[in-house]
Design a protein around this ligand. Structure first.
Ligand code: NAP
Ligand code: ZN
Length: 348
């Protein structure tokens, strides 16, 4: 089928209208009329070819919500009209140990929602477009209580912080969590931390975010990471850290904030290697761990929890002709806290 979307043609960081082909709905597929798509910093990394792996034209977008318009004959659990979401992954082998254990996000055959190559040889195009066709395994349900616009960033930003938080026991009340970088991923990590009873400290390069972090997001503490005095005063104060900073930085000063045996979960993907000095690691028996998005099982669990606890993202809605301006603002760290493109109009 012919689909209208927005693609980056080069490294300029801009998109333009783009018409392309998607496969027709297959027996295992669900077709989705896209209503909203969040704008993740990963979209910018790909558009600017930060990692040297971009295949232009690239149609970004992996925080998609919309409504089902067609289901294949083999699909159970979805019907036309259902409110659904799609995140970062649209294919995996579904037959390896990891896939069988519901850890398909670590399958070595995963195909990303955009800039990926499916097993049929076609290139994937993401959610900055009007229609998606996706294997039903990679479709999640959006709880009725969540609005489709403010829920969209949960499909990437939400699950990307939820998965390591769950994996490392960061969702247990009473612990202390540091969130580094108060952007799309960071602000949801703060919300999850508060919802699950943690003491949350924001570690930020932006002093101007302190008031809103404390008042709007209910953060308990705020440290300006460039202020050495503030950083030193909090040495060995945190059980866990989630690092979302998309630029080159050193983990040393962050590891010093952790208690002995604390865990730093790195989810950011800067284009330059991060610095990992050994002393803060070995003197504190600390762990640095990585994590890529989450499984579909965890994604559904996270969405259902958000539905129960009324957790949504703080978004700024942009129309399709405002995408380039929003991308420029995202690049200069001027967003509170996620841009979401209103693709389907307001038929939410
Ligand atoms: P974002 O909305 O741009 O937020 C990043 C935050 O990091 C900024 O708000 C800023 O917070 C801080 N920051 C510090 N130095 C910065 C710099 N030089 N440039 C920009 N921001 C800087 O980004 P995001 O969408 O949350 O994504 C964060 C990172 O996670 C990206 O690298 C993205 O590719 C990656 N990611 C990974 C996964 C995964 O599966 N592992 C999934 C999604 C995204 P302060 O102002 O508070 O310092
Ligand atoms: Zn993302």
């Amino acid at each position: 089928m012919e689909v209208a979307g927005w693609a980056a043609m080069d490294e300029s960081g801009k998109v333009e209208p783009f018409i392309f082909e998607r496969r027709e709905n297959g027996v295992d597929d669900v077709t989705i009329k896209v209503q909203y798509c969040g704008m993740c910093h990963t979209d910018l990394h790909f558009m600017k070819n930060d990692w040297g792996i971009t295949m232009y034209p690239v149609v970004p977008g992996h925080e998609v919500t919309g409504v089902v318009t067609e289901v294949g004959a083999n699909v159970s659990g979805f019907e036309v009209g259902d409110r659904v979401g799609v995140g970062c992954i649209v294919e995996a082998c579904l037959d390896c140990d990891l896939c069988h254990r519901s850890e398909e996000n670590y399958c070595d055959k995963i195909v990303l929602t955009y800039n990926g190559i499916l097993s049929d040889g076609s290139v994937t195009y993401g959610g900055y477009s009007e229609t998606l066709v996706v294997h039903s395994k990679f479709v999640a349900r959006i709880p009725d209580s969540l609005p489709l616009d403010a829920a969209a960033p949960l499909l990437c930003a939400g699950i990307t912080v939820f998965s390591p938080m769950k994996q490392h026991g960061m969702l247990q009340s009473g612990g202390s969590l540091g969130v580094v970088g108060l952007g799309g991923l960071g602000h949801i990590a703060v919300k999850f931390g508060k919802a699950f009873g943690l003491r949350v400290t924001v570690i930020s390069t932006s002093p101007a975010k302190e008031k809103e972090a404390r008042e709007g997001l209910k953060a308990d503490d705020f440290i300006v990471s460039t202020d050495q005095k503030q950083m030193q005063a909090k040495t060995r104060s945190l059980d866990h850290i989630i690092d979302t900073v998309p630029a080159k930085h050193s983990l040393g000063p962050l590891l010093d904030l952790l208690k002995v045996k604390g865990v730093l979960a790195l989810v950011a993907a800067p284009d330059q290697p991060i610095e990992l000095p050994s002393f803060p690691l070995i003197f504190g028996r600390r762990t640095v761990s990585g994590s890529i998005t989450g499984s579909m099982k965890e994604t559904q669990e996270m969405l259902d929890l958000c539905g129960e606890h009324n957790i949504t993202c703080d978004i700024e809605l942009v129309s399709s002709d405002g995408i380039n301006e929003a991308l420029a603002r995202l690049a200069r760290n001027d967003v509170r806290y996620r841009f979401v493109i209103d693709i389907g109009g307001d038929s939410n």
